[in-house]
Design a protein around this ligand. Structure first.
Ligand SMILES: Nc1nc2c(ncn2[C@@H]2O[C@H](COP(=O)(O)OP(=O)(O)O)[C@@H](O)[C@H]2O)c(=O)[nH]1
Ligand SMILES: [Mg+2]
Length: 437
C-alpha cells in the first residue's frame, strides 16, 4: 500500500509551465476527482488534456501524464500534471489534490520511494541530488555515470567476491560434515582479501580525486596586510570584487569569490591581513581569517618582496599550502625555488599552475567513481576491515574471528549500494551451495 504523495516538482517561481507530481496507489482516483474526465490508464504513459476544477470552479487548463506501475520513476502509479507556471495556480492545484486525499511529499520522498521499490539503488538516488546541484559540466558528467548505474556496476563484482569468500568460510564453520566443500585455508583468505583490498584502495584513490570535481575546493588567501591578497583574489576571479588600497587593514570581513579551475569549482576566501591590531573590527576580521584557514582545503600564503614572517607562517604550516611571492615586479633577485607572481601586472599563472599541481588537477577522465563522503567512508571501512582480516589470518587467529572482520566489510559493501536489510547472508550462502541437499 503506497500512500499517495504530491509535490510541485518545479521551482515556486513565475514561469511558462509548472509540473506537479503525484505517486501512490490512489493517484489516478485523486486526480480524476479534480480533472475534467476520469483518468483510467489502459496502458503505460498516456497523455490526458483537460481542466482542473474545484467543484464548479475551473482552476487551469492542463496536460496530465499517467504512468502505470511499475513503469514510473517511483515504480508506483504516478501522474504528472503540467499546468501554467503561476505560483498561485500551482499552489491551488497542490492544495486541491491534498484536499482530495493526497499527502504533501517530504524532501526526496519520490527518490526514496524509487529506491525502496527497487527502481534505483542508493548510489543512483544520491546521483539525482548531485545532478541537480552540479555547477560544472565535469561534476554533472560524473553524477550521470552514477545515475545510469555504472558506478554501482563497477562495485558489484567486488561485493560478490566478498560474499563468496565469506560464504565459503561460513560453510566451512557451520557444515564441516560436508566433504564436497572446498576447505578455505588461511592463505586463500589472505590472497582473496588482499586482491579485493587492492581494488577497493584503487576505488578510494579515484573517488578522492573525482570528489574535488564534484564538491569543489575551498581556498583561503592569507598573509600580512598589504602583500596583495585582495588583488590576487580579484585576478583569480577576474573581477574587482575585493577593495584594494595601499592602506594596511583594508580587508576586514572575508571577501569570497568563485572561479573554475579545469572544471574544479574553487571557492576563494580573501582574508583580513594577519597582524596584531588594536582595532576591534580588524581583530574580529583576523579571527575570521583563522577560521577560514581551518575550513579550507588549501591555503595560499602570500608574501611580498620583504619576505616570510615565520610567526604567521606557523599558522598555516600544518595545512596544505602554497607560499607565493607577490609583487614580483619589485623583486630584484629572484631564485628558482619561489613562486613569483604579480597581481598588479596580471601575472598569476604560476600560482594557478601550482594549485593544479598541489591538488592534482589535470584533465579529468570522467569515469564512474564513488566520490561523496558517505561512499568514501564506507569504502575505507571495507578496506580497513579486510586488512584486519588479513592480519588476523597471518597471525593464525581462529577462523571465526577472521570471518567477523570480513562480515563487517560485507555489511559496509551492502550499505554502499543500499542493499542492506534486503539481502541476508544465508540467502547468499544457499544460492551458492546445495547445502540442504
Ligand atoms: N607593485 C605591486 N603592487 C601590488 C601588487 N599587488 C598588489 N599591489 C598593491 O599593494 C597594495 C595592497 O594590495 P591589496 O590587494 O589591498 O593587499 P592586501 O592587504 O593583502 O589585501 C595595493 O596598493 C596594490 O595596488 C603587485 O603585484 N605589485
Ligand atoms: Mg585585502
Amino acid at each position: 500500500m503506497f500512500e499517495t504523495i504530491v509535490a510541485l516538482a518545479t521551482p515556486p517561481l513565475k514561469s511558462a509551465l509548472a509540473i506537479i507530481r503525484l505517486s501512490g496507489d490512489d493517484c489516478f482516483k485523486i486526480v480524476s476527482k479534480v480533472f475534467s474526465k476520469e483518468i483510467k490508464p489502459k496502458q503505460n504513459k498516456e497523455i490526458h488534456y483537460g481542466f482542473i476544477h474545484d467543484e464548479n470552479k475551473q482552476i487551469d487548463q492542463v496536460v496530465a501524464l499517467s504512468y502505470v506501475n511499475p513503469h514510473s520513476f517511483t515504480g508506483e502509479d504516478s501522474v504528472e500534471i503540467i499546468c501554467h507556471g503561476s505560483t498561485l495556480i500551482a499552489n491551488e492545484i497542490v492544495s486541491l489534490l491534498i484536499k482530495n486525499g493526497a499527502r504533501m511529499a517530504t524532501n526526496g520522498e519520490f527518490s526514496s520511494r524509487a529506491y525502496l521499490n527497487g527502481k534505483i539503488d542508493l548510489v543512483q538516488a544520491e546521483a539525482i541530488n548531485d545532478i541537480i546541484n552540479a555547477t560544472t559540466i565535469e561534476s554533472r558528467d560524473l553524477s550521470m555515470l552514477s545515475l545510469k548505474g555504472e558506478t554501482s556496476n563497477l562495485f558489484r563484482p567486488i561485493k560478490e567476491k566478498i560474499a563468496e569468500i565469506l560464504s565459503q568460510i561460513e560453510v566451512n564453520i557451520d557444515y564441516p560434515e560436508y566433504e564436497d566443500i572446498e576447505v578455505v585455508t588461511k592463505s586463500k583468505i589472505i590472497d582473496v582479501c588482499g586482491d579485493i583490498c587492492k581494488k577497493i584502495d584503487n576505488l578510494i584513490d579515484e573517488g578522492e580525486h573525482a570528489r574535488i570535481y564534484r564538491e569543489g575546493l575551498k581556498i583561503a588567501i592569507v598573509g600580512k596586510p598589504n602583500v596583495g591578497k585582495s588583488s590576487i583574489l580579484n585576478r583569480l576571479i577576474k573581477s574587482d570584487k575585493a577593495i584594494v588600497t595601499d592602506i594596511a587593514g583594508t580587508t576586514r570581513d572575508i571577501v569570497e569569490g568563485d572561479f573554475n579551475l579545469n572544471g574544479v569549482p574553487c571557492h576563494l576566501f580573501d582574508t583580513a591581513g594577519l597582524r596584531d591590531s588594536d582595532d576591534v573590527i580588524e581583530r574580529i576580521g583576523i579571527d575570521k581569517s583563522k577560521d577560514a584557514i581551518e575550513q579550507s582545503d588549501l591555503v595560499i600564503f602570500v608574501i611580498d618582496e620583504t619576505g616570510l614572517d615565520n610567526e604567521l607562517y606557523d599558522l598555516v604550516k600544518n595545512k596544505k599550502h602554497i607560499v607565493v611571492t607577490n609583487k614580483a615586479d619589485l623583486v630584484k633577485d629572484k631564485n628558482n625555488k619561489n613562486i613569483y607572481i604579480s597581481a598588479k601586472e596580471n601575472d598569476v599563472e604560476p600560482l594557478i599552475n601550482e594549485i593544479k599541481k598541489v591538488m592534482d588537477i589535470g584533465e579529468l577522465s570522467v569515469k564512474p567513481s564513488f566520490n561523496n563522503t558517505r561512499q568514501l567512508g564506507l569504502l575505507k571501512n571495507i578496506s580497513s576491515s579486510l586488512k584486519t582480516a588479513i592480519e588476523d589470518a597471518k597471525n593464525d587467529q581462529p577462523i571465526d574471528l577472521v570471518s567477523v572482520s570480513i562480515m563487517v566489510a560485507y555489511n559496509a559493501a551492502l550499505d554502499l549500494i543500499g542493499e542492506n536489510n534486503k539481502n541476508d547472508l544465508t540467502d547468499e550462502i544457499f544460492s551458492r551451495f546445495c547445502v540442504g541437499k
